[in-house]
Design a protein around this ligand. Structure first.
Ligand SMILES: [Zn+2]
Length: 334
């Protein structure tokens, strides 16, 4: 795709935030080195290509089910930042993200994707905060004993009536409610991606700070459980939250995912709730053999070009690229 001068300038100016990245955990699963600073085309993201693609900040998934793996991934993240400060920063504040932009480095924010690794202990959540993690995804879909929600979420396509009925199912567990309260107190972002519909609505009511849905989609565009319904998008917007649009083809369109269809989802959210509640949650290296759009992080300028071609104002493009997530981060983590 040809990138126009205008899109290129806008892209270079933007603080670009990707609210969900699985590269580290995927490297761990494949038994590869966790050092993401070397170019490696076997993955969707590495630091050289992130910088080339203009990405300013990525939320790195550093913990989900097992506490020992979480400790390994947090250590890897901090160790990379210590070894490569010129290109990689472990950020715990918006000021550090802004400084990374100035310095041409990638800022990484630590993110849990499930609270199962906390083993039911808020003390572990506090320790995770002390280790710099600032975004807490309540669940990776699991439910029941020791998790944040009473019933597991479904990962499949759905009919609209299924979504209606799901609102009234059991939602959060007591532990889930306590995690939200502790995140609010500590200054950690509550992330509702993967939550069941019932948990989603309950968490939105409970959280005193704007929640995010770090990597999701638009149910009206692709009828998957991971997509937010119109009601959910309105509820998230009312709470001041932001949804990151995943670059996962199945979430973009059930049949034929294209860049145009990706932008259709962005436009749909903007038409429904305004331009303050949508961003990027690419989910790079978190979708198995599915090919994301854009297919790797160095091709991010193609997304900006597509937004510009759709006719959005510069101000809206900047908000979608990262301004909206930056606003929530500023409000919640400082
Ligand atoms: Zn996920």
């Amino acid at each position: 795709m040809q990138i126009s001068d205008h899109a290129r300038q806008l892209h270079n100016r933007a603080i670009i935030v990707d609210a969900h990245n699985d590269t580290l955990v995927e490297r761990h699963a494949r038994g590869d080195t966790l050092d993401v600073t070397e170019r490696d085309e076997a993955y969707h993201l590495d630091v050289p290509r992130a910088i080339e693609g203009g990405l300013t900040c990525a939320f790195f998934m550093v913990g989900s089910s097992k506490i020992d793996r979480m400790m390994t991934l947090i250590d890897a993240t901090i160790s990379i930042a210590e070894a490569h400060p010129n290109v990689f920063r472990y950020a715990t504040s918006v000021a550090e993200i802004e400084q990374a932009k100035v310095d041409g480095a990638l800022a990484v924010v630590g993110q849990l994707e499930s609270c199962t690794c906390l083993n039911g202990q808020l003390s572990t959540l506090r320790n995770v905060y002390r280790l710099g993690v600032r975004v807490v995804n309540l669940t990776h879909g699991e439910g029941g004993e020791g998790t944040t929600q009473q019933q597991a979420s479904i990962f499949d396509y759905a009919a609209p009536e299924d979504r209606e009925a799901a609102r009234d199912l059991p939602g959060l567990t007591d532990f889930g409610r306590e995690v939200i309260a502790e995140c609010n107190r500590l200054g950690m972002v509550v992330d509702l991606a993967h939550a069941s519909d019932a948990s989603f609505y309950e968490a939105i009511e409970l959280s005193q700070t704007p929640p995010i849905f770090s990597h999701g989609a638009v149910f009206a565009q692709s009828p998957h459980w991971r997509g937010l319904t119109d009601d959910q998008l309105r509820a998230l917007a009312d709470a001041g939250g932001v949804m990151g649009m995943a670059f996962h083809p199945k979430f973009i369109d059930r049949e034929h995912a294209t860049m145009e269809r990706l932008v259709d989802s962005i436009e749909y959210v903007i038409d429904l709730v305004g331009s303050d509640h949508i961003g990027i949650g690419a989910d790079y290296d978190g979708m198995g053999s599915n090919v994301p759009i854009p297919s790797s992080v160095d091709r991010l300028p193609e997304f900006t070009e597509a937004l510009v071609q759709r006719g959005f104002d510069d101000e809206i493009v900047l908000k979608v690229l990262g301004g909206n997530f930056l606003r929530v981060l500023r409000e919640v983590i400082g």
